[in-house]
Design a protein around this ligand. Sequence first.
Ligand code: FES
Ligand code: FES
Length: 151
Amino acid sequence: MATYNLKINGKVRQVNVDPATPLLWVLRDHLNMTGTKYGCGIAQCGACTVHLEGNAIRSCQLPVSVVGKQAVTTIEGLSEKGDHPVQKAWLEHDVAQCGYCQAGQIMQAASLLKNNPKPTDEEIEAQMSGNICRCGTYLRIKEAVKSAAKK
Ligand code: FES
Ligand code: FES
């Protein structure tokens, strides 16, 4: 066990966990932040996507010991009132179906637009292709990303 002071959503959160614990389980089991979802556990589905220093990463494969002082942002901290342009566009386009993959989709899209505010269709497809949705909401996701890019 080791103690870590993690910077999550602008606050320092202390946890005492095994260094190999994936960040996903620190968030969900130790900090009760359950917005970030578990899908595959092997960095293949994107359900567990959070931001590390603003960039999308798969938290299921990131040991807590390598987070260090880097800022972590989860879906709970993306915006204060759920009003990030991506979240607004998601509502406008009624993207979610069962919802399970959507926190990861939104975090991936927010990171994509931060790094590339005016993406082409191809760039959206390439950047979002690692986020799987078993409900098949891909067309609405693409339209919502395009609409968020215009805001
Ligand atoms: S749970 Fe992390 S990528 Fe699937
Ligand atoms: S909305 Fe159901 S898995 Fe994506």
